[in-house]
Design a protein around this ligand. Structure first.
Ligand code: SF4
Length: 66
């Protein structure tokens, strides 16, 4: 299977420009999962830009949005 980095980047909402995993969703998911975190694209824009990828922040964010 061919890497889809270019097309993945078009839909990537992560604002951390310097990340080497940006557009490489398999590496992004793997990295955050190992750290008990969730990739930036799962967060709404305002929460994403804090770079807090913790599961706790994810739950808190969506509880506040209800
Ligand atoms: S979510 Fe994390 S691993 Fe994925 S591109 Fe953003 S900073 Fe990199």
């Amino acid at each position: 299977m061919e890497c889809r980095k270019t097309s993945n980047l078009e839909g990537c909402t992560c604002s951390y420009i310097g990340c080497s995993k940006k557009g490489l969703c398999c590496e992004c998911v793997s990295y955050h999962r190992l750290n008990n975190e969730i990739p930036g694209c799962f967060f709404p824009k305002d929460a994403e830009k804090t770079y807090d990828r913790s599961i706790e922040n994810f739950i808190r964010t969506y509880k506040l949005k209800k």
